[in-house]
Design a protein around this ligand. Sequence first.
Ligand code: PLP
Length: 442
Amino acid sequence: MNSREFRRRGKEMVDFVADYLEGIEGRQVYPDVQPGYLRPLVPTSAPEEPDTFEDIINDVEKIIMPGAASPACTELETVMMDWLGKMLKLPEAFLAGEAGEGGGVIQGSASEATLMALLAARTKVTRRLQAASPGLTQGAIMEKLVAYSSDQAHSSVERAGLIGGVKLKAIPSDGKFAMRGSALQEALERDKAEGLIPFFVVATLGTTSCCSFDNLLEVGPVCNKEDMWLHIDAAYAGSSFICPEFRHLLNGVEFADSFNFNPHKWLLVNFDCSAMWVKNRTDLIGAFKLDPLYLKHSHQDSGLITDYRHWQLPLGRRFRSLKMWFVFRMYGIKGLQAYIRKHIQLAHEFEHLLHQDPRFEICAEVTLGLVCFRLKGSNKLNEALLERINSAKKIHLVPCHLKGKFVLRFAICSRTVESTHVRLAWDHISQLASDLLRAEKE
Ligand code: PLP
């Protein structure tokens, strides 16, 4: 949608809301629809080609308004998470379908999803151990629990360990910044020998620093064999799995208990929208379910509805699936794939420019939209280059450390980015590098 149409549609939406508010006294306070009303009214998967804005707004009137905020909010979310799961070709076990045991929920952030998974895993292992040894206290179990992620995992994983009150250990990654099965196995054997209880692993697909991928096909079987919950954090990279040529990066997801990525990062859905799936919804619900009288409702034990308040930290929730519905339909799967492909192609364009300049080195494989690079030379030199780039305020780069090296990260992220922007950025970086190297010599 270009900005001219956006202005027009925005004004129409204001009218839509104002009309609704003006006519609100003529509406029922409680909907007539029955649980499950929405799924038969929408297609089973996202459209390949874009729908028109009129079609979508007409459907809001026809499908959403009769179900008001509830149950429409919940039911659209379940269906949208199935649409998105199908786009990624997630195994059936993660989809809710009509009677599945898995399903998806929209969390606010990847941090929340990791924390939810860790807390659910903690409850699951605690109950299992207490069932085997009824005398064991929760405190005695908690102090022995240990979770793992790679040394490249996002800080939110360590934070989940802190909040969850369990030890979290970093597994050294290999030369390609990936967690390997053997390194995980070694660490947990050592910990078991010391009487600790390994229970939870976070594998990252698309690490923050350099977009590396943990080896799921090795890590997954270790987790399954050792009865540890495997959570996959693909906060950024997950969006790319809608393209068949990048789907292989998700191979091994079948070993996981939960999987998460942020459509708000790279799938054109506005912040916040973090998609999380679990294979076994009772693992989540069982861990967090409390039913005070003021939250009871007539369908609650019927098994017909999903009560998302048991799947997340807050009880209240927003109608975030509307954003997904609009975006998936406005772009169509093909439009979303084209968007991802363009970003990746632009990252390779930048990589190509770097390759032609012998002053620079590329520090990690370029798989998606991130290029990690540096001037050949000291960390100090690269810190000075970053300082020049960021203080010029034409582009902004965020650095990282990779195995002791200070590295610059060029990330393609804007919705409107074009090849001309990449070339401008490269000319700018190259010029600032020349200035810096000249100044160093003087
Ligand atoms: N995991 C990874 C791999 C990330 O790159 C990020 C953020 O950049 C996060 C987790 C945290 O995401 P959020 O801000 O949604 O909690």
